[in-house]
Design a protein around this ligand. Sequence first.
Ligand SMILES: [Zn+2]
Length: 322
Amino acid sequence: MTALPIRIASLPKAELHVHLEGSLQPATVAKIAARHGVQVTEEEVRQRYAYKDFVEFIETFKWVTSFLREPPDYAVIVRDFAEALHQQHVVYAEVTLSIGVMQLRGQNPQANFEAMLEVAEEFESRGLRLRWVWDAVRQFGVEAAMAVVEAAGSCHSEKIVAFGIGGDERSIPAREFRAVYGRAADLGMHRLIHAGEVGGPENIREAIDHLHAERIGHGIAAIRDPALMDLLAERQIPLEICPASNICTGALDLQMGVAAAKIEQHPLPRLFRHGIPIVLSTDDPTMFHTTLTGEYENAWKMGLNKAELERLVEMSFNHAFR
Ligand SMILES: [Zn+2]
């Protein structure tokens, strides 16, 4: 296997599925925790960044975000994150923020967001545009999700481009969030949802039929439903595919029905060659020990050729919301 062609690594790229909180570097976690009087070592964080399944990953996500308490904490992580994107030639990113978690902890999302925007502004002049996805947590319920939409609406920021739902897709059926998505549409927000990551292809269908989701987070379960693959290709609904994440959370094993699936077994090439738009992404880069360049390396390992990788780069721009 030869290395990823330099030309692909150096192309300007967009990233459309990445959680800010999942970009926290161990050293930064330790620094922020210390500021709040909690002793956490970098090594401890590194040990926590290993999971046996999706549930354990969610537990770690909760633990890490428990140290994010005030606007300056968020400013620090945006700076680290934007720097990492900039180094990888990323010029545009739609970044997911767990507003549902901020609200659960009694924080003021707007104050946190303003601190983030201030840092993001500095990077605009360096050629990196950041836009934001305000995200609710599925298992927190419909009312909490509606509160995220309303909070986004009252910000009146054109930098918020979409509303999404993450968390455990097996907790509450998508159709129950219909009114929430209707409200997000009324407010002019694009609509996203995590579906078909650890749940079945029916979750993807439900997200399309009931919520009119415009892009699907993960959606790898589609590989188990040929009619759904046809539908995604026909309507050109992109799947935001995050290969390293699927390995780390066990989602790939689950969808492929095998133990310890390898990256070469990922369904990305088959979905892509079926004509479904794919936006290659990292999901939670530091928590899954990956980078966007690393994901292009993964796609290369899966057997995509140079022209196909270039097409993937193009697609990440074509399916951006701004
Ligand atoms: Zn995600």
